[in-house]
Design a protein around this ligand. Structure first.
Ligand code: PEP
Ligand code: MG
Length: 612
């Protein structure tokens, strides 16, 4: 989030090409982003581009230029084959004349005046093929655009189309690069989608850092699930990085260091050892009860994205699953799971939980999760669009396939069903109606399920928090999702690094909504938990406990630290802190106050953590 701060040049540093193509001595570059997944990693950069953004100006070593030209040639040949296929198809569908346009496209890709400038940029500027093609073809399109003649307007379209096609071909190569990453690779990108991240081979990709992204983006959540250190929102990093460069990613503080000096590397090795010792010290709490000093039980359960994570949650000392983000079933396959795929996943979770609580959240698709790339016309504002329960209610057969599988799994062991992003009672009622309909179908088919399965909702929209009283009458439990509740209360996009400083779960408005939800739930004896990322921070957990919450659902990595905290504090302390926090009128004051209070109780949890 800050400008790079180069230190003095190192005599030992290898030469690297600069933006202008000349050679200079590499410098250590220290950058700062948002720490989203803890841990420190020292690895080697693999720069990954994004198909939807302008390519990064990746500078090449001189001896890689020939290989890059060959890459370009291969991409052009593949694009030509692709266009030939499109041409053949178009001829049968639209006739010879209309399809001719694709012959023109093929000719253009063989035309020296089109391809020549791309090659020249690679040779002269020593830049990657993606960037060279993008720049050269954009320049060509601009020349035609400037001619202000409608005959040339179609040329602009043709060139844009070719640019996109070439980019997609080269991006396909990128995917292969990711698949064949060397061990100890740190992915550096301007942005990564949740599904890209979910497909990382954990044995070779050990961390990542991106220019874009916010604290609670789903890409960040996946990083935690994979237990790889990650920093997002670094803003100025990708253009300074190149393949093979050494990098340090500090997921505890948000520091990203490109080309670190030997002394920095040594310093980070020491920090890695300290963190290892700190974590090793926490393992003893796994088997101890999660109970405050004054004897109040506070359940710590896990957030999972994939069934196998249940084992990690239990090993860390969690006593069940408070949030299974079932939509990841979809994100890792890219198409709708069949009822059997659903069932197998839920059955596995139930078996691993072995009688403990398991809350399965129905598909929370939409926004940054999947649906937009499948839409012919993407939504203009997908975070306020057809997402989550709304998406399910508009895709009833899909929704029912999921509900059938959850219900079938409920015959094997305890399961709760949770609807995401409910914003009106109507949605809850419709969801329950479809659930009951599905139950009837299963009964008619003689399929077993738990007819008393509990149904709850996420409280992650202000309208739901404000109507908590009414919701409490009609559902069995609440889980407060601070990730979205913060976003929707403060009108701050949770994945936008430019407004990351405004994204504060400690904002008094968010805290008041949580307080009111907890009060309404208490009046109706409705259990209420919190499964947002904030619950995993000890200072926020202290606030939540003070507001009356007795279940916290967090990623497995933070469970030991949270349990240690719960065992070190009294409910009376938490209530006093919550009262005081509610009397403060800004997120900055509340954040500092909560940190100070929690630091007094578990100072060790704050060593190495990012300061604001
Ligand atoms: C939340 O919004 O707090 C939540 C837990 O859901 P997700 O992060 O999956 O949107
Ligand atoms: Mg949410």
């Amino acid at each position: 989030m800050s400008d790079p701060s180069p230190k003095a040049p190192l005599p030992t540093a290898p030469p690297v090409p600069t933006d202008a193509g000349s050679i200079c001595v590499a410098q250590e570059i220290v950058l700062k982003g948002l720490p989203v997944s803890p841990g420190i990693i020292i690895g080697t950069v693999l720069l990954v581009d994004d198909e939807h953004l302008k390519p990064i100006r990746r500078v090449l070593q001189k001896d890689s230029v020939a290989a890059e030209l060959a890459r370009l040639d291969a991409a052009i040949e593949s694009a030509i084959v692709e266009i030939q296929n499109v041409h053949a198809h178009a001829e049968t569908q639209m006739g010879k004349e209309t399809a001719q346009i694709f012959l023109v496209h093929q000719m253009m890709l063989r035309d020296k005046s089109v391809v020549g400038p791309i090659r020249q940029r690679i040779e002269k500027e020593q830049v990657c093929a993606e960037y060279a093609a993008y720049e050269a073809l954009s320049a060509l399109a601009n020349q035609f655009r400037a001619m202000k003649n409608s005959a040339f307007a179609t040329k602009v379209n043709d060139i844009d189309d070719l640019r996109h096609r070439l980019h997609t071909q080269l991006a396909g190569e990128q995917r292969k690069r990711l698949e064949h990453a060397e061990p100890n690779t740190v992915v550096v990108a301007r942005d990564l989608t949740p599904s890209q991240t979910a497909s990382f081979d954990r044995s070779r990709i050990v961390g990542f850092a991106t220019d874009l992204g916010g604290m609670t983006s789903h890409t960040a959540i996946i990083a935690k699930a994979l237990e790889i250190p990650a920093v997002v929102g670094v803003q100025q990093m990708a253009k300074h990085a190149h393949d093979g460069m050494a990098i340090i990613v500090d997921g505890d503080t948000g520091a990203v260091i490109l080309h670190p000096s030997p002394s920095t590397v040594a310093q980070y090795h020491r920090m890695i050892e300290q963190r290892r010792l700190y974590r090793a010290n926490l393992t003893d709490v796994a088997d101890l009860p999660s109970v405050t000093l004054d004897g109040e039980p506070v359940a710590v359960v896990g957030n999972i994205e994939l069934p196998d994570e249940v084992a990690k949650v239990l090993k860390a000392g969690g006593t069940g699953v408070g949030l299974y983000r079932s939509e990841y079933l979809w994100l890792t396959r890219h198409d709708e799971p069949t009822e059997e795929v659903h069932f197998e996943a839920y059955k596995r979770c139930v078996e691993l939980c072995a009688g403990r609580d398991l809350t399965i959240r129905t598909f929370d698709l939409g926004a940054d999760k999947l649906t937009q790339s499948r839409e012919e016309i993407p939504e203009r504002n997908p975070f306020l669009g057809n997402r989550s329960i709304r998406y399910c209610l508009r895709n009833v057969p899909m929704f029912k396939r999921q509900l059938r599988a959850i219900l079938r799994a409920s015959a094997i062991g305890p399961v709760k069903i949770m609807f995401p992003l409910v914003s009106s009672l109507q949605e809850l009622r419709q969801g329950k109606f479809i659930l009951h309909d599905t139950m009837e179908e299963l009964s008619e088919e003689g399929v077993a399920f738990d007819a008393k399965v509990q149904v709850g909702i996420m409280i992650e929209v202000p309208s739901a928090a404000l109507q908590a009283e009414a919701f409490a009458r009609e559902c069995d439990f609440f889980s407060i999702g601070t990730n979205d509740l913060t976003q929707y209360t403060l009108a701050v996009d949770r994945i936008n690094e430019r407004v990351a400083h405004l994204y504060q779960p400690t904002h008094p408005a968010v805290i008041k909504l949580i307080r009111d939800t907890a009060r309404a739930a208490r009046r109706h004896n409705t259990p209420v938990s919190c499964c947002g990322e904030a619950a995993g921070q000890v200072e926020y957990a202290m606030l939540l406990m003070g507001l009356g919450l007795r279940t916290l659902s967090v990623s497995s990595g933070v469970i030991p630290q949270l349990k240690r905290f719960i065992r070190s504090v009294t409910v009376a302390q938490c209530e006093r802190v919550a009262r005081q926090a509610l009397s403060l009128d800004s997120d900055a004051l509340i954040t500092n106050y909560l940190r100070d209070q929690a630091r007094k109780i578990v100072p060790e949890a704050f060593s190495g953590r990012a300061a604001d």
